[in-house]
Design a protein around this ligand. Structure first.
Ligand SMILES: [Zn+2]
Length: 98
């Protein structure tokens, strides 16, 4: 059985979580006119045999979105982070007005 260590709630069975998709795919900018970029975002997945970054939501718990790094060969979980913390680190710093 897959068990996920939620940063807020501790170790829980995967039945409490909902899979949210591939966390390694980057969404194109909202106004990106390139149809190929949107096609790749919606349909193209790597499907690796090994470590894979995935979104999971703790729906029967704190309801937080997590980024779980899971080995697809044996379901071993290498890391779990809150998605909002990861997102905050990747957002460009706001520049003060000139
Ligand atoms: Zn939780």
């Amino acid at each position: 059985m897959l068990r996920i260590e939620c940063p807020c709630c501790g170790l829980r069975d995967h039945d409490e979580f909902r899979y949210g998709g591939d966390a390694s795919v980057m969404r194109p900018a909202h106004d990106d006119p390139d149809p190929q970029a949107w096609y790749r975002y919606v349909y193209i997945r790597a499907n690796p045999a090994g470590l894979h970054r995935e979104f999971w939501q703790h729906v029967i718990g704190c309801r937080q979105w997590l980024v779980v790094e899971r080995d697809t060969r044996n379901h071993a979980i290498a890391s779990v982070e809150l998605a909002r913390q990861l997102s905050a680190r990747k957002s460009p710093a706001r520049k003060p007005p000139a």
